[in-house]
Structures are given as structure tokens and as C-alpha cells.
Write a protein of this length. Structure first.
Lengths: 141, 364
């Protein structure tokens, strides 16, 4: 099933993110797909905030690879970034990626590696596309 | 007697020996930047393995260069976080082993506290005494924050006044530099090109972000997206002159946001309870930027504030700053078994606050 939102502003992207957050099953793995600067971290923050994380905790995990955000209900949201990761599995093991992907809690992943799929039972994709007129298409599938 | 500092949170393996007065006797850094360049960024797996290879030879070399022996080492300070967990664990485990074997206390240091005190390390001789209160701007590849530090009356209180809501300033430099085809690390490359170019905000308009609730937080992702848009539209990667102007404008916009937030914070802090800060420190990898250093000095003259700039060798990650932060927190030094590694670790207060242990160190 595919759902698409068209956003002309940050406010509209935030509304889309809230709807996405409400559609996500428990412990979901979400691949956030889109070019550099398209708004993946923005969307991750809006989703995490909707699900009870502190908005100010959320930032780009490019440097630390994995950010963990506690939610008000006592769960953990994982925000993962593969931007700087190599394709070496040993490195992922060292960081603990397989345990996180197979464990409880929502997983929001920017720049996911294709082989991450081997550690997940399934995942959803949210793709952001920036169109020439400045609007964004946000597609969940 | 010495304090030994160990730093392995990211790219660099570093070991330092400091005297109790903060004099840096030895600060050795084994940089991995050359190894990381082909990937356009830090590669954690390589980082951990390399730390393991370099750490003990560096320790031996540090003692040799300082003419010191192990029994002259009084305390060990190690970076406990934040950083890449596998990399941090190499330094923390080594420090625990040494502390236990030598029977000397270990102090867990927050990497960011290392940076925020680093401008007070001297080129030679004892460290500059910490003022009763100062602001410290820590800007690097992973962090962008301004801190209010109070040391009056033997206190050590650090309050984070803002943070970035998305990308760190150094990360923005690196990502945009990579997009226009410049090698890693991107900051020095952008600075070099910017010196040959002219800031042109008409051609590349980068607005300073404003938040609804007048927050002083940083946000660099809009600037990053804008820079990428302009770079694509004007194909700046293909034309050296256009690239130089682009870099000058982009860098100018990054620093404009920094100073805009600093101005607001300065206005607020001047109205707060005494002591009034009379010094401002600039730290982190981005503090090595020459244009920023000049602008910071000018800002200090304008506001009648003493500006403390770190030696360039103390801007990037290094163990001297970790040992120095360990000296500030030496009262907390103790049992090595209580020290853990944390991928996320907030600065502030007498204890480690807001820590979230990464999966590998979660107690089972």
C-alpha cells in the first residue's frame, strides 16, 4: 500500500509526518529515503516528537551514527544514519546495528544500507522528493 | 606528578601527559584522516581497529618523550563519551586496565568538556587560570553549542545554552564540500577557496533561520539544502571562480548565524545574575578556521570581552584537553570499574547527566 502527501511548507511536512507516525506499527523499521538536504532529519524529528520524544533531543545522527530518544511512555526510538558507514558488516556489528534492528522500539534510518534488510523482519520506506517548484512529495510504502 | 589523558572518541587516537598546573608536557595524536579520505568521512570500523593498534605505542612514546615513568602518573582521565561506541570502548577499557593495575584513580571526561576548556591550555607552561565565568562556543563535526561556565567559589557549573536542531556546523561544511567535489575534511578546503572568492549574498541568498518561539538554537540544514540547490543551479563545481564565490558566501552565512545567536545570548547573559562573564572561548575543529578566528577577535574588541582562541593543535580532537578537563573534575576521580562508555552524553553539572548507554554497554 502506498500513501502520498504533497507538502508546500514545513508545516505541511510536519502534518504528513504526524500522520505517518500514527500509521506506523509497533517496533517498525523505517527507511527514510531522499537526497542530501531534502529534509530526512526534519521528518525524523516530527515523527519522533509525535510519538513522545523530546523535540530538542533530535538532531542529525551523521556523526554518532545512532541516536536514542526516550519517549514519555518509556520506549526508545532509534535514529540511525548510514551516511558515513562503510559496507563492512564487522563495522555494523561493532556499532550494534543488528541488535537494534531486530529489537524493540521504532527505528528511523537515514541512508540505510541495502543489506540492513538481513537484520530486519520487514521495513517501511518513506521517500521524500523535492520537485522543481519547491514542493515535496512524501511517499510511504 | 602527571595526569594522563586518553582520547579515542572519533578519528584520532591521542595520549597526553599534563602537570597538575595544566602544563602540556606531551600531546601525541595519531591521525586517521588520511585513512578516511577515500570514504569522504569517518569510518567507525576502521577507527576502532586503528585506535587499538596505536594506543599502547603512543602511551610508551608519551612517557619516553616526557622522561616520565608510570609511577609518576597520579590520575588518568579518559573520554567516556559522546562518540562512536566501539572507538570509545578502546580508550575506556585501556584506561580502566591501567588505572586498576597502577592503583590510581580514573576520571571519566565528557569529550565536549575537553573542548570547552581547551582554549585555556597554553602553548608552553602552565594553563591560563579559568575565569570565574565565561562563555564557550564548541563547534565541530558532531557538535554546535554555546555553554555558560561558572567556576567561581570552587564551583564547576556548565549550562548548555543552545544546540543544533539538525546538522552540526562542521558536518554542514563537510557535506556541502563533498557535494561540490572537495576532499574530506571539507572545512579547510572551503576556507582556502573562500579566501580567493567574494561573498555574494545576492547571488546565493542564505537566510539566518528564525524560530517561532525566538529560540537561540542553531539550525544548519536549511543552509545546507540551500547551498546544494545553488551549487546545482550554478554548477559551481565546474568553475573555479564561481566555486570560490560560492564557498565565501556559504562560509559567511554559516558564521553569520553563529554570531547572530551569540549576540542574542550575550544580551541575555548580561542581564543575568553576577558574576558577569568577561571572557569568551572558541573551541572545536571549526575553531581552527582563520576567518572565524579573526571575526571572533573583532567581536571581542567590539564587546570589550577577552577572546580565548585555542592553539590550532588543540582544536581538533586531542588528549591534552581531556587531561585538562580531568584536572577540573579531579574530585570525581575514583574506581575505574564505575566508568563506562556512552555514545550520547550531555554536558553539565557535577555528575554525568542525560546519559544513554549504547547497546553494547547496556547492562544485561
Amino acid at each position: 500500500m502506498t500513501t502520498t502527501w504533497v507538502s508546500r511548507s514545513e508545516e505541511e511536512s510536519e502534518l504528513a509526518a504526524r500522520e505517518i507516525a500514527r500509521l506506523l506499527p509497533a517496533d517498525a523499521v523505517v527507511h527514510l529515503i531522499g537526497d542530501l538536504g531534502v529534509g530526512k532529519t526534519f521528518l525524523a524529528r516530527a515523527i519522533a516528537t509525535e510519538l513522545g520524544a523530546d523535540e530538542r533531543d533530535v538532531s542529525s545522527p551523521s556523526f554518532a551514527i545512532v541516536h536514542e530518544y526516550p519517549t514519555r511512555s518509556g520506549e526508545t526510538i532509534f535514529h540511525i544514519d548510514g551516511y558515513r558507514l562503510s559496507n563492512n558488516r564487522r563495522e555494523w556489528l561493532e556499532i550494534g546495528i543488528p541488535e537494534i534492528l531486530g529489537g524493540p522500539g521504532l527505528k528511523l534510518i537515514e541512508w540505510p544500507k541495502e543489506e540492513f534488510q538481513t537484520f530486519e523482519s520487514s521495513h517501511l520506506e518513506v521517500e521524500i522528493r523535492l520537485l522543481d517548484d519547491g514542493t515535496r512529495e512524501i511517499e510511504m510504502r | 606528578m602527571y595526569i594522563l589523558g586518553i582520547e579515542t572518541s572519533c578519528d584520532e587516537t591521542s595520549v597526553a601527559l599534563l602537570r597538575a598546573d595544566g602544563e602540556v608536557r606531551c600531546n601525541l595524536i595519531s591521525s586517521q584522516i588520511a585513512r578516511h579520505q577515500p570514504f569522504g568521512g569517518v569510518v567507525p570500523e576502521i577507527a576502532s581497529r586503528e585506535h587499538l593498534v596505536h594506543l599502547f605505542p603512543l602511551l610508551e612514546e608519551a612517557l619516553r618523550q616526557s622522561g616520565a615513568s608510570w609511577n609518576e602518573v597520579e590520575t588518568i582521565a579518559v573520554t567516556a563519551g559522546p562518540g562512536l561506541i566501539g572507538a570509545l570502548l578502546v580508550g575506556v577499557s585501556a584506561a580502566q586496565g591501567l588505572s586498576y593495575a597502577l592503583g590510581i584513580p580514573l576520571v571519566a571526561v565528557n569529550h565536549l568538556e575537553g573542548h570547552l576548556f581547551s582554549p585555556f591550555l597554553s602553548a608552553s607552561g602552565a594553563a591560563i587560570p579559568l575565569p570565574p565565568r565565561f562563555l564557550s562556543i564548541v563547534i565541530s563535526g558532531g557538535h554546535s553549542s554555546i555553554y555558560d561556565v561558572v567556576t567561581a567559589d570552587g564551583r564547576l557549573e556548565i549550562e548548555m545554552l543552545n544546540r543544533t536542531r539538525d546538522d552540526a556546523i562542521g558536518e554542514t561544511f563537510d557535506k556541502v564540500a563533498k557535494f561540490v567535489g572537495l576532499p574530506y575534511p571539507g572545512g579547510p578546503q572551503v576556507e582556502r577557496l573562500a579566501r580567493a572568492g567574494k561573498a555574494d549574498r545576492k547571488r546565493f541568498p542564505f537566510p539566518v533561520p528564525q524560530f517561532k518561539e525566538s529560540s537561540v538554537d542553531f539550525s544548519f540544514s536549511g543552509l545546507k539544502a540551500g547551498a546544494i540547490r545553488w551549487a546545482r543551479q550554478y554548477r559551481v563545481g565546474e568553475d573555479q571562480a564561481a566555486l570560490a564565490d560560492f564557498c565565501a558566501t556559504f562560509q559567511d552565512a554559516l558564521f553569520e548565524q553563529l554570531f547572530s545567536r551569540l549576540d542574542t545570548i550575550w544580551q541575555q547573559i548580561r542581564r543575568s545574575a553576577p558574576p558577569r562573564p568577561r571572557e569568551i572561548a572558541l573551541a572545536g575543529g571549526v575553531a581552527a578556521n582563520g576567518v572565524l578566528r579573526e571575526r571572533m577577535q573583532a567581536w571581542g574588541r567590539q564587546h570589550d570581552v577577552m577572546v580565548r582562541l585555542p592553539e590550532k593543535r588543540f582544536c581538533t580532537d586531542n588528549a591534552a584537553m581531556i587531561a585538562f578537563a580531568g584536572l577540573q573534575r579531579r574530585r570525581e576521580a575514583g574506581d575505574p570499574r564505575l566508568v563506562k562508555a556512552y555514545s550520547r552524553m550531555l554536558v553539565g553539572g557535577p555528575r554525568i547527566l542525560g546519559e544513554t548507554s549504547a547497546p553494547l554497554v547496556r547492562p544485561s
